[in-house]
Every structure is written in structure tokens, then in C-alpha cells.
Design a protein around this ligand. Structure first.
Ligand SMILES: NC(=O)c1ccc[n+]([C@@H]2O[C@H](COP(=O)([O-])OP(=O)(O)OC[C@H]3O[C@@H](n4cnc5c(N)ncnc54)[C@H](OP(=O)(O)O)[C@@H]3O)[C@@H](O)[C@H]2O)c1
Length: 347
């Protein structure tokens, strides 16, 4: 690692091209921003989709990347929670602002202070980088889309008649965080995942987990809920394809009343929305706009305590070698599909 104070960025020069590492100026934080010297950066499905399909791009070149962790280099005039030298994770708002200074795929990233969390000493940077986008998405899903109350205490106890929630694809990044935050919110969690992740998914807080490939997955979840004495009227489909949505719908249909289904990708056109089910496409990006208040509660107040106490644990991080040069490999591998892990590079 060079000691020279430079900012290197993995830039996307044009739609569909490969990332190119270039030098660019180190940005200065605005009043409510934190400048992070990144030590680890994770790749997210939105990054490869933006590269491949030009999502949320008005003009090139752009810089991708949302999940960072590292050391605070400088803070804006209105920031009192963080200081130079703090070890933090941050969720970059680049998909909303389009400002390359906000992008994650570089040495220095500007992040809104509301989406920054101080790290316990026990959490290393590569693990920390797995968390920001997943936790932000889980928070929007549970506390904005579904409107569940935020856990008031780090160790909130379950309400007397717990609400059941289904998390389809519990071993995905989004599923991993959603299960943990749902458990902390006092919900009874039911999940699906490949069998090799069942022990993990239970340890995160799922009461029951089934193999999503099993022909009895839907029936098994319904009977598990019955045994637990809860109704599943809420579901999060972390994958949201024509394969997954019908199965999630089938689970919800086993229960009376109005059901809510939050999906992380667009609802498949060919599938009609059944009566009695309210579907919502989760806009994780609200964490940087309308719901900065929610971001601050979760990232500044709750998550530090959860991490300190081990009540929220990071996903398994797999390091792709090469630092910024490794990000393209990370995007390519993520596009092919990963199972129960987050791909990160270290700087
Ligand atoms: N709307 C938003 O704001 C928002 C925010 C974040 C992510 N997303 C989107 O949400 C999706 C998931 O993102 P992520 O980062 O969580 O993904 P990820 O971690 O890369 O997802 C990998 C997991 O997908 C699971 N999977 C693959 N095919 C499946 C199927 N047919 N049924 C059930 N599970 C399946 C695998 O589970 P097993 O290992 O158990 O087989 C694997 O662990 C992406 O499309 C992403 O773009 C949207």
C-alpha cells in the first residue's frame, strides 16, 4: 500500500465497459458529510446492474459503489458524531446524487453522516463493508414500507402476540440483514434458503427455514407458522423473480386478511397481483432522501450498539484480491451469482 496521499478511483468510462483505475482529487466534505479513507469496499447487485444496463445514469463517466468501511479523514462543519480517525462503515448515496465524490469505488468517499456507523474494535473492515446497503434496505423495508416500530432498546423483547414475517432468500445479503432487524423488532421470522445456510439463517433469528427448492416449502412454512401460533401477513422477497414471487404469494395466501409483500426487484409483469395482497417495490434509496431521519436512527444510534453486543452480525466477506483493480472481477462474479457471501476488496 502506498503512503502517498492520492485518491484512486475505479471509473466506469461508458455503458457496459470495464472499470478503469484513475487518479482524481480528494473531495472535501459538505456540512453534513464525512470523508472516509476506505479500507474495504463491497460490491452490490445494483453496481453490476448499473454497469450492465446504465441504471440511474445520466452521463458518463460515472463511479459505482455504495458499501464502504474505513477511517474518517475529515468531517463537515455540522457533524459532531464523528471525528478524524474514527473507524466507520458508510452507505454512499451515489445512486441518488450521481456525484462521483459520493461513490464507493475509490480510496476516499464522501458519505452523509446520517448513513455512517462507528465500528466496535472487534469488527474488521472487510466484515463491516458487508453491512451498509443491506442494513439500509432492511430498515426501509421493515420500518418504512411495513411501518413496524423501531426497536426502542437494543434488546427489545417480543410483543405478546408476535407478528409473523416471511423472508424469502434469507441467505442473501438483504435477507441476512432483514432477518436480524426483524428479530430485533420483535417479529417472528420464517425464511427460505439453501440447506447449507439453514443453521446460519436460524442463528440470525429465523424460527423456521425451508429449502426454497423443496416442493413442500410453502406447506412447511404454513405449518411451522401454525405450530408457532402466528399468522404470516408480511413477506419480503429478496429475489423477486417469476420463480420466487408465486411461492411467496402462495405462503401469504394461506393466511386470512390483507397481506403485504415487499419485493426488492420489480414485480414480474406476467404475474398478476392477487387480491388481498398489497405489493410494494422497496426503494432502498429513500434512506438518503425522504428517510434520512430513519437512517440516522438506525446507522448512528441503533447499529453501533447492535454491533457492539453482537446482536447484528455481518455477512461472510470474501476478499477479491487486487484492491480497486479487483472490483471488476467482483462485479463479474456477483453477476454470475454468489451464495451466502459478500464480495469485498481491501485497500
Ligand atoms: N430495492 C432495493 O432497494 C434493493 C436493495 C438491495 C438489493 N436489492 C436487490 O435485491 C436483490 C438481492 O440482493 P442481495 O445483495 O441481497 O443479493 P445476493 O446476496 O447477491 O443474493 C444471493 C443469494 O440469492 C439467493 N437466491 C438465488 N436464487 C434464488 C431463488 N430462486 N430463490 C431464493 N433465493 C435465491 C441465494 O441463496 P442460497 O445461497 O440460499 O441458495 C444467494 O445466497 C438484487 O436483485 C438486488 O438488486 C434491491
Amino acid at each position: 500500500m502506498s503512503n502517498m496521499v492520492t485518491n484512486l478511483a475505479a471509473v466506469l468510462p461508458s455503458a457496459g465497459s470495464s472499470l478503469v483505475v484513475e487518479e482524481r482529487a480528494i473531495p472535501a466534505p459538505g456540512p453534513d458529510e464525512v470523508l472516509v479513507r476506505n479500507r474495504a469496499i463491497a460490491v452490490n447487485p445494483l453496481d453490476w446492474k448499473r454497469q450492465a444496463f446504465g441504471l440511474f445514469v445520466s452521463e458518463y463517466p460515472i463511479i459505482l459503489g455504495m458499501d464502504v468501511s474505513g477511517i474518517v479523514e475529515a468531517v463537515g462543519s455540522a457533524v459532531s458524531l464523528f471525528k478524524k480517525g474514527d473507524r466507520v462503515l458508510g452507505l454512499s448515496p451515489v445512486a441518488v446524487t450521481g456525484n462521483p465524490d459520493h461513490a464507493g469505488f475509490q480510496t476516499y468517499t464522501l458519505v452523509q453522516a446520517s448513513a455512517v456507523t462507528k465500528l466496535p474494535d472487534t469488527l474488521d473492515f472487510k466484515q463491516a463493508a458487508t453491512l451498509p446497503a443491506s442494513v439500509g434496505t432492511a430498515a426501509i423495508t421493515l420500518f418504512d414500507v411495513f411501518g413496524f416500530p423501531l426497536p426502542q432498546q437494543p434488546t427489545s423483547t417480543s410483543p405478546s402476540a408476535p407478528t409473523g414475517i416471511l423472508v424469502w432468500s434469507g441467505a442473501s445479503s438483504a435477507g441476512n440483514a432483514t432477518i436480524q432487524l426483524a428479530r430485533l423488532a420483535g417479529l417472528k421470522v420464517f425464511a427460505s434458503a439453501s440447506p447449507r445456510h439453514h443453521a446460519l439463517v436460524r442463528s440470525l433469528g429465523a424460527t423456521e427455514v425451508v429449502d426454497y427448492r423443496s416442493p413442500t416449502a410453502v406447506a412447511d412454512l404454513a405449518s411451522a407458522a401454525q405450530r408457532a401460533g402466528v399468522e404470516i401477513r408480511y413477506a419480503v422477497d429478496c429475489i423477486s423473480t417469476e420463480e420466487t414471487i408465486p411461492l411467496v404469494v402462495d405462503v401469504l395466501t394461506k393466511f386470512e386478511g390483507t397481506k403485504k409483500l415487499a419485493h426488492l426487484w420489480t414485480w414480474p409483469e406476467q404475474i398478476p397481483v392477487p387480491e388481498g395482497i398489497e405489493e410494494t417495490f422497496v426503494k432502498g434509496r429513500d434512506i438518503w432522501t425522504e428517510r434520512r431521519d430513519l437512517a440516522a436512527r438506525v446507522f448512528n444510534e441503533l447499529l453501533p450498539a447492535w454491533l457492539e453486543k453482537g446482536e447484528v452480525v455481518p455477512q461472510t466477506a470474501r476478499v477479491i484480491e487486487g484492491g480497486l483493480e479487483g472490483l471488476q472481477t467482483g462485479l463479474d462474479e456477483l453477476r454470475k451469482g454468489v451464495s451466502g457471501e459478500k464480495l469485498v476488496v481491501e485497500l
